[in-house]
Design a protein around this ligand. Structure first.
Ligand code: ADP
Ligand code: MG
Length: 226
């Protein structure tokens, strides 16, 4: 129990830190990238120098990706708070993920059946869902595609979000490492996606259950009390 309290305090600190860092870092990234693009167009620099500028722009892009994929929505903003049944967020995020699913030959099966309302930060919830969908899709890469089942429903006074993939699956040890900062098994992974997911669900007093079988796939079952 003490461990759990420590864990939840850690999540709060990390998410607040991440939020302010990402916010502060975004502007300088944009400004620097703008000047480098100007430099890139200059006719006064050599081909070799142009190569350096190009590399710098690529690296800046990667930093920008980390910020916007994982940390941008961490900043709590009161105007983002809604009291709703999540329909808009789930439909919006499903549409956002569709092209990514198509590229990876993943079929998305979506169903929505929830009338319960809950207060939550709209942006954070969207980011959380997108991170879970992305992980599901990426888990099917090795298999050359598969199916992603997204189901939003209700049971008693709880909103239930189930996200199931037919991907590579995880061992118990791997499941236990989910949400630890920078834990990633991917070449270009940031290891921040699940941290964001746990922190968001924790904020709405929800619970995450992970069922996974190596080689078969994974189901994330999220229960949010209303
Ligand atoms: P990243 O996606 O950048 O690696 P995440 O925090 O989103 O970081 O995920 C951490 C790790 O958890 C992943 O690298 C992967 O090994 C594992 N993981 C997460 N979701 C799944 C899933 N649906 N199926 C299999 N492994 C997963
Ligand atoms: Mg991820």
């Amino acid at each position: 129990n003490r461990d759990r309290i420590l864990q939840s305090e850690r999540l709060n600190v990390v998410s607040e830190l991440a939020a302010s860092v990402s916010h502060e870092i975004r502007n300088p990234l944009t400004v620097t990238s703008g000047f480098l693009q100007l430099l890139y167009k200059s006719t006064n620099i050599s081909l070799e120098e142009k190569g350096y500028v190009e590399l710098s722009l690529q690296e800046l892009n990667r930093a920008e990706k980390i910020v916007s994929d994982y940390l941008l929505f961490a900043k709590p903003q009161s105007e983002n708070m809604v009291y709703s049944n999540m329909r808009e967020e789930s439909e919006y995020t499903r549409n956002v993920i569709m092209p990514y699913a198509a590229i990876h030959k993943v079929e998305v099966i979506f169903s929505f059946n929830n009338s319960l309302n809950k207060s939550y930060d709209r942006n954070q919830l969207q980011q959380c869902l997108i991170n879970l969908y992305k992980n599901g899709i990426e888990a099917m890469k090795e298999k050359g595609g598969g199916s992603l089942f997204i189901e939003i429903s209700e049971s008693k006074q709880n909103i239930i979000i189930s996200i199931q993939d037919t991907g590579v699956g995880m061992t118990k040890e791997e499941i236990a490492r989910l949400g630890k900062p920078y834990y990633s098994t991917k070449e270009e992974g940031t290891g921040l996606g699940m941290l964001m997911v746990y922190s968001t669900i924790h904020k709405v007093k929800g619970n995450i259950e992970v069922n996974s079988e190596k080689g078969k796939g994974t189901t994330f079952l999220i229960t949010i009390p209303t």
